[in-house]
Design a protein around this ligand. Structure first.
Ligand code: AMP
Ligand code: MG
Length: 404
């Protein structure tokens, strides 16, 4: 049995980042950029108006006021999208809308609120403007040749907008891995089957499937297998053929029907370790078949979810090129005593909230590894170190926040 850190180290050193591919920019949301983006242009490309108003020569309206307005002759209309061919001369102006290029000759924009038109071709200015006022200068956002986004950046909505403004339709990103999920167990029935004595519903496929999707990867369902060699083998084989990683649940403890480790080896897989000093989740298996990672996840519903958060999620994030692999932690004051047998790291389902300017946490009920309800009620996992036997009410613990 190895400890959590050692196990994480072994897993992560065996995980490779997937090869990049080009996708439409909207499909790149949340993905890791796999190229440097250098701007081929200035943004904005030209000086343009920040206001609806009049493009003027500042020197023409020095001293203008409500009492002593200065009259200008309108030489043209510049809606957004229209570029001028004329030059604003002394005593002249062009009506201009936000975003339209500043015409030659003009060096400021007087907002429409500070003007009044006189007939069709004249306007009076009630205020002066400073040179450059209300003008967005060319390249004030991005300069041609500038590195705008570095490879490894996680693409969020602003980055997608930036790519669009540079005219990029497609971009190279690390694609989402496909993760195959197989539930094993003679006791399992599917969602639409009628419950009979001794049977339980397969929930792991769905909680793990949802965790996979939440991490940004794709799920490939392998269904449920009976506890027979043939059935498990055929489905695991399909998983390694069609997916980038395979997860099985159940069948990894020491029970008589716990076959998955053996079958994984028969398929040519190499087991890197079995059993971690944690609770829940001890019987975890990790291995590789060629380059494809395999996790044999314990069957108990909460153990499965905790193991996923602790090990599988970081592995998936690494495959997707991320550098922040771990769920955030906070420190919180416990509202009750927690006792445990030392030797393994315990993950306690808790609810954390803010109270009197600090975080506090209390457990969400029965901590049995099959009790899914206390997971439903939890927003974090309190981490109780291996050597600790009791944490008393009022003491501080580390809590890993659940990411959903
Ligand atoms: P195992 O690791 O196969 O011994 O399973 C441990 C416990 O987890 C047993 O009580 C199983 O019934 C339960 N279990 C196994 N697989 C699933 C599953 N897919 N959904 C819900 N519970 C499961
Ligand atoms: Mg089983």
């Amino acid at each position: 049995m190895i400890n959590v850190e050692e196990e994480l180290r072994i897993i992560l050193e065996n995980i490779k980042v997937l090869s990049p591919g080009k996708v439409f920019i909207l499909e790149a949301l949340g993905r890791v950029l796999a190229e440097d983006i250098i701007s081929p242009m200035d943004i904005p490309p030209w000086d343009n108006s920040a206001m609806d108003g009049y493009a003027v020569r500042a020197e023409d309206i020095i001293g203008a006021s409500r009492e002593k307005p200065i009259s200008l002759r309108i030489i043209e209309d510049l809606p957004a999208g229209k570029s001028s061919t004329k030059t604003v001369g002394p005593g002249e102006t062009a009506r201009i809308m936000t975003g339209a290029p500043i015409p030659a000759g003009a060096n400021g924009v007087l907002p429409v609120e500070e003007t009044q038109t006189i007939g069709a071709s004249s306007v009076i200015a009630f205020k002066p403007v400073k040179p450059g006022e209300n003008i967005r200068v060319a390249a004030e956002d991005v300069k041609k040749g500038e590195m705008v986004l570095k490879s490894t950046t996680v693409l969020g909505p602003p980055e997608i907008g930036m790519l669009a403004s540079l005219g990029r339709k497609e971009v190279a990103v690390i694609p989402p891995p496909k993760i195959a999920v197989l539930a094993t167990g003679d006791e399992l029935i599917e969602l639409d089957e009628v419950l009979s004595p001794g049977k339980i519903r397969n929930s792991n496929t769905y909680s793990l499937g949802a965790q996979i999707m939440h991490a940004g990867a794709k799920v490939h369902l392998l269904g449920m297998s009976r506890d027979t060699r043939e059935d498990i083998k055929a489905r695991m084989e399909e998983g390694f053929e069609k997916a980038d990683m395979v997860l099985t649940t159940g069948g990894v403890s020491v029970g008589e029907y716990d076959l998955v480790k053996e079958i994984f080896k028969e398929l040519g897989g190499e087991i890197k370790f079995w059993q971690v000093a944690m609770k829940p989740g001890k019987p975890l298996v990790f291995g590789l078949k060629q380059d494809k990672p395999y996790f044999g996840i314990p069957g108990n519903p909460v153990a499965a979810m905790v193991v996923f958060e602790e090990f599988v999620r970081p592995a998936i994030l690494k495959m997707m090129g991320h550098s922040h692999l771990f769920n955030p932690t906070i420190r919180a004051i416990l509202k009750e005593d927690l006792k445990q047998k030392p030797g393994r790291r315990h993950y306690i389902r808790v609810k954390v909230w803010r109270e009197d300017n600090r975080y506090v946490a209390s457990t969400t009920g029965d901590q049995g590894s099959a009790i899914l309800k206390s997971m439903v009620l939890a927003n974090g996992l309190a981490i109780i170190p291996e050597d600790c036997q009791i944490v008393r009410q009022g003491e501080e613990v580390t809590i890993k926040l659940l990411p959903w």
